[in-house]
Write a protein that binds this ligand. Structure first.
Ligand SMILES: NC(=O)N[C@@H](CC(=O)O)C(=O)O
Ligand SMILES: [Zn+2]
Ligand SMILES: [Zn+2]
Length: 421
């Protein structure tokens, strides 16, 4: 099956044609293509790569499955997602990682790359089978106890030393559990005080970011900070990068746009970890993404079933959907960010951080993972239209700029005219 994409603005720059040969590779010409996509006026970017997705399978297939999450990813323009390890059972063995990989292949809509747990059962004590996961066919490179912080500094140090041997990285959910109490459910500040909700302060994140960049320096290893949410974390990252410390960081679309005042309606849709922060933090995160202090956008797509989310605010589950809306949120939050920069933060940089080869580029000879975007479309989000199994969509009713029109994964069209192919 060969493909020609005509007239796309490649990386938002000049209009050109893209050709895919029958092995799914971008080539300079195909004489009589089997399919032609008219991409006049559309921007072509390399298929997006999400460093941080919760697919819930195994264990919570009522909230999402690898198939339904892959559908949401394709609709969002993604070609690869890293599936977080906080499933049930946890992805803490090579067998568990291989199951996720193979279910992703069966779904066939995006590459599903398993993230391995740092510690057995995410308990924060003994290291999981990091080496076996890395050497398995799943070739796990990113390890995370996400949902929980690797809070024991000694365990974090050992994990960093261990992953260095095979070029792995530890992705840290930075949240000091002694500063963010067990009942903390939002940002600690003026709004939480007014609403009478127990909060956690930005410094609970910042102390872990600061500790972990020092551990990365000490071990000479590589650390990645998941879902950075505060201006203080940005300052630490800026300093650490200036020192040459091997640290990377991601920000979620929601932390680039939504603020803690949304909690005044006590709607648990807006309950997420880390919590929505004040304007000053959002502003600092936008700047940090634009200037490269934050390397990547990652969705932290966190689907939850109704019966886990529809509770009083303090009792509801943390997390919000993100895959289908990520690109439009980034475009809306940072309207001046060039498409080439969007391609960097949503595709090339995450592929590089995750060690995923064959993603993040539209160069000739690359595997054809392409997303075609209508750059100035305005779309009002309807949570009922989502292909995710969950409905905890914080963007419902909002109008966002730009729209994913077609997604091509490995030369195959997975989304055509805004619908699953
Ligand atoms: N982000 C969230 O609020 N929730 C995530 C866990 C996490 O990313 O920490 C989840 O698994 O639901
Ligand atoms: Zn997390
Ligand atoms: Zn997460």
């Amino acid at each position: 099956m060969t493909l020609k994409i005509t007239g796309a603005l490649v990386l938002g720059e000049q209009a050109g044609d893209l050709y895919v040969d029958d092995s799914g590779v971008l080539v300079d010409e195909v004489l009589s293509p089997d399919e032609t996509i008219d991409a006049d006026g559309l921007v072509a970017l390399p298929g997006l790569v999400d460093l941080h997705t919760h697919l819930r399978e195994p264990g919570r297939e009522d909230a999402e499955t690898i198939l339904s999450g892959s559908r949401a990813a394709a609709m969002g323009g993604y070609a690869a997602v890293l599936a977080m390890a906080n499933t049930s059972p946890v992805t803490d063995t090579a067998e568990a990682a291989l199951r996720v990989l193979d279910l992703g292949r069966e779904a066939g809509l995006v590459h599903v790359q398993p993230v391995g747990a740092v510690t057995r059962g995410l308990a924060g004590e003994e290291l999981a089978e990091l080496g076996l996961m890395a050497r398995s066919r799943a070739a796990v490179r990113v390890f995370s106890d996400d949902g929980r912080c690797v809070h024991d500094a000694r365990v974090m140090r050992r994990a960093l030393e261990y992953v260095k041997a095979f070029g792995g990285v530890v992705s840290q959910h930075a949240q000091d559990p002694t500063l963010a109490g067990p009942s903390a459910c939002c940002h600690e500040g003026e709004v939480s005080g007014r609403l009478g909700l127990p909060g956690w302060p930005g410094v609970a994140e910042e102390v872990i970011v600061a500790r972990d960049v020092m551990l990365a320096r000490h071990t000479g290893s590589r650390v990645h900070i998941a879902h950075v949410s505060t201006a203080g974390s940005v300052e630490v990252l800026r300093w650490a990068k200036a020192q040459g410390i091997d640290v990377t960081a991601e920000v979620t679309p929601h932390h680039l746009m939504l603020t803690t005042d949304l909690l005044t309606g006590y709607d648990p849709t807006f309950k997420v970890n880390p919590p929505l922060r004040p304007d000053e933090d959002v502003e600092a995160l936008r700047e940090a993404l634009a200037d490269g202090t934050i390397d990547a956008v990652a969705t932290d797509h966190a689907p939850h079933a109704r019966h886990d989310k529809e509770h009083a605010f303090v009792d509801a589950a943390f997390g919000m959907l993100g895959l289908e809306t990520a690109l439009a949120v980034v475009r809306t939050a940072l309207p001046d960010l060039a498409w080439a920069d969007i391609a960097r933060v949503m595709s090339a940089a995450p592929a590089q951080i995750a060690g995923l080869e064959g993603f993040g580029s539209l160069d000739l000879g690359s595997t054809a993972h392409v997303v075609l975007v209508e750059p100035d479309a305005t779309v009002t989000v309807d949570r009922g239209a989502s292909v995710s199994l969950s409905r905890n969509n914080p963007w419902h009713g909002r109008t966002l700029r730009s729209r994913v029109v077609h997604t091509v994964y490995g030369g195959r069209v997975t989304v055509r005219d805004g619908a699953l192919a």
